[in-house]
Design a protein around this ligand. Structure first.
Ligand SMILES: C[S@@+](CC[C@H](N)C(=O)[O-])C[C@H]1O[C@@H](n2cnc3c(N)ncnc32)[C@H](O)[C@@H]1O
Length: 328
């Protein structure tokens, strides 16, 4: 098995752009350039291929999608599970291509490695340069902390995803954010269920909500959410807690519930989520692929009047909760 040190799986949760790597066509220099080896394999060969690259001395092995295929439903925690995977191994510059090609063909018969050179660069800078301010809706932006807001008078959210989902760029997050801008949040208690970076809870607070509760199965998401709330100067109105504590403390007490999780999880959590809403409360459900929307609508439709909005292949179902059909 590859060791955690030798195998570097991307934490990406959507179709895998290679985060933190860039291919350039230059010769191997005498500094820190790397020899890069790419292999494209089926899902069931992914672990074996990653192990082979690690055993052959790869300094890192990155797994990414070989296409635009989404792997959204394995958001943290978990590993990417694209059907066709591209493995990128980085080797020391002095590694011999012919030796590596021969060893790969022995370890993984039939696989054709593609060699190139990855020039050394300022990786931190390269990572930061990927982000730029995003205008979500009128008066609402997500702005990296190191960039001046293009519209200083707007609500400018400063979000660092840390190890959690949620830079605001994913269509489902955007759909939820847009929907939040259309609500009157004054005096409202908002619950962000599956908070990731906390972007939705923080947006709700910055858009006028009285208080927000953020919950997630992943403790790293709660950490990231707390840090981001402090950065956005709204930490005093935000509580983070695990989902069971939310159930215990807030049954029937939530004005606006946002759950950008996954269709299957939304269906599974239906009773639990609806039990948290006040009668007449608003529900925003996303993380739903277009072809899953009817199933989620069927599930929640008995208790909520739902509207659908689409962005790319993703759907937001939003609506108002009625007590109809629920036990008194
Ligand atoms: C798609 S991310 C959404 C993050 C953020 N709210 C956003 O809109 O960008 C889904 C989050 O839900 C969390 N999650 C998944 N299943 C969950 C569950 N059953 N209960 C609580 N959180 C869950 C994941 O850990 C992940 O952080």
């Amino acid at each position: 098995m590859a060791t955690p040190e030798s195998r570097l799986d991307l934490a990406a949760h959507v179709s895998g752009s290679a985060v933190g790597t860039a291919r350039v066509d230059v010769a191997v220099g005498d500094t820190m350039d790397y020899l890069q080896v790419e292999l494209t394999v089926d899902l069931d060969q992914g672990d074996e291929a990653a192990d082979a690259l690690a055993t052959l001395g790869a300094l890192s092995v990155t797994v990414e999608s070989a296409s635009d295929e989404a792997a959204f439903d394995v958001a943290l925690p978990g590993e990417p599970r694209w059907v066709r995977q591209k493995l990128v191994g980085l080797f020391a510059p002095e590694s011999d291509r012919d030796d590596l090609a021969a060893a790969i063909s022995t370890a993984l018969p039939g696989e054709e490695p593609v060699f190139s050179v990855l020039a050394d660069r300022d990786w931190e800078r390269a990572w930061l340069d990927q982000f730029s301010p995003i205008r979500i809706a009128d008066g609402l932006w997500i702005v990296p902390s190191w960039i001046d807001p293009p519209e200083p008078g707007a609500v400018n959210l400063v979000i660092d995803p840390g190890l959690a989902f949620g830079t605001g760029t994913h269509p489902t997050t955007r759909l939820c954010l847009e929907a939040l801008t259309q609500l009157d949040l004054a005096d409202k208690r908002v619950l962000d269920y599956g908070c990731g970076s906390g972007v939705l809870a923080i947006a709700a607070l910055r858009l006028g909500a009285a208080e927000a509760i953020a919950t997630d199965l992943d403790p790293r998401a709660l950490d990231a959410t707390r840090a981001n709330a402090e950065e956005n100067r709204c930490g005093d109105r935000l509580l983070t807690m695990d989902p069971d504590s939310v159930d215990r403390r807030y049954a029937g007490g939530v004005d606006v519930l946002i759950a950008n999780i996954l269709a299957g999880t939304l269906v599974e959590l239906q009773d639990r989520l609806l039990a948290l809403l006040k009668p007449g409360g608003v529900v925003l459900l996303s993380g739903i692929l277009a072809d899953q929307a009817d199933a989620v609508r069927r599930c929640y439709g008995a208790h909520c009047v739902l509207e659908r909005r689409d962005l790319d292949d993703w759907v937001l179902l939003s609506g108002i909760h009625s007590r109809e059909g629920l036990p008194a």
